[in-house]
Ligand binder design. Structure first.
Ligand SMILES: Nc1nc2c(ncn2[C@@H]2O[C@H](COP(=O)(O)OP(=O)(O)OP(=O)(O)O)[C@@H](O)[C@H]2O)c(=O)[nH]1
Ligand SMILES: [Mg+2]
Length: 307
């Protein structure tokens, strides 16, 4: 048997554990994670290397009915992740009941046509008896290649997931060099880490209204100097993120810097600002500006026109 490689997209409702699963399988933090739904906004590839195979996992935003331009863009990201797939992983939170949102996600899986594996996640948080009715329900709805109970958090069941995915991949040389574990450049990971710390530190509607743009990312021999702006939609939200005497922003900055130093293996200088962009989630031009795939295209075009 020759070397195998291919693409596996991870689909599911917000908060099902998609990003936790990708990070765990890759063994590196590729995507940010939070207890709040709709954390992931772009599709991100995480690469798993084995002796016999390379799996390119695609983390996606949670499947939901969009209520604004950002939501529509997120669902567009999900659709793009469904192009040219070898296998699809539908992940559900087994500790939550089956509802309308699950039906909506199932419909997308059915329409995608790629063979699908069902992952019943968060088994660490439920009684085993609750699994059977769920397995029964899903197997009536769709012909899954396999149904696997897992815990993305503890790693339970993940070896079986990898083997099942590899079984579905075609023989092919690897798509990425073995040392690469994501397609997301460090510059954008840095912005995401800042956003994660800001989401976790804030409450109610604030986490959803935060966007982070990295204004500059300069590498030198001794350190990486990063400047980033956190955008929110209202003055009140800006006040919350800055906090009393700047305490909140300082906390977000410290937590992000420490994690980035660990992830990137170097000293980091991190400068953060907060700005208001009223109703940015409803404005297509602003939403598009946040998409790192598009930002990269623009940087590429600029470099081309300069050279
Ligand atoms: N108990 C338990 N919690 C989990 C497990 N997997 C993920 N979580 C938690 O569920 C929450 C959501 O996890 P994420 O990985 O951000 O979920 P997601 O599907 O990527 O969410 P979106 O990006 O918002 O669509 C976090 O608080 C995780 O720690 C698991 O196996 N067990
Ligand atoms: Mg996510």
């Amino acid at each position: 048997m020759g070397f195998k490689s291919g693409f596996a997209a991870i689909l599911g409702r917000p908060n099902a554990g998609k990003s936790t699963l990708v990070n765990r399988l890759v063994g590196q933090k590729v995507a940010i994670v939070s207890p709040k739904p709709q954390t992931t906004r772009n599709r991100i590839q995480g690469i798993v290397n084995r002796d016999d195979a390379q799996i390119v996992l695609i983390d996606t935003p949670g499947i939901h009915k969009p209520e604004n331009e950002l939501g529509r863009q997120m669902m567009e990201e999900v659709r793009q992740a469904l192009e040219a797939l070898d296998v699809l992983l539908l992940i559900v939170d087994a500790s939550a009941g089956f509802g309308g949102g699950d039906r909506f996600a199932l419909e997308m899986v059915k329409n995608a046509k790629a063979p699908a594996i069902l992952l019943l996640n968060k088994v660490d948080a439920i009684a085993k008896e609750r699994l059977l009715p769920l397995i029964d329900r899903y197997s009536k709805e769709h012909e899954f290649v396999e149904i696997i109970p897992i815990s993305a958090l503890t790693g339970d069941g993940l070896e079986i997931v990898l083997d099942t995915v590899v079984n579905r991949l075609p023989e092919s040389p690897p798509y990425f060099p073995p040392e690469q574990y994501t397609d997301q450049p460090e510059r954008f990971l840095a912005g995401e880490i800042v956003r994660e710390k800001a989401i976790v530190a804030s409450r109610q509607e604030v986490p959803y209204a935060i966007a982070v743009l990295v204004d500059s990312f300069e590498e030198s021999a001794k350190l990486i100097r990063i400047r980033a702006t956190l955008y929110v939609e209202r003055d009140g939200q800006k006040g919350i993120l800055i906090g009393k005497g700047g305490a909140m922003l300082k906390k977000i900055g410290t937590e992000a810097r420490l994690e980035l130093e660990e992830l990137l293996g170097t000293k980091i200088f991190l400068g953060l600002h907060v700005k208001v962009q009223e109703d940015w989630r409803d404005r297509p031009a602003l939403v598009r500006q946040l998409d790192w795939h598009r930002q990269l295209e623009r940087i590429g075009e600029r470099e081309e026109s300069e050279s």
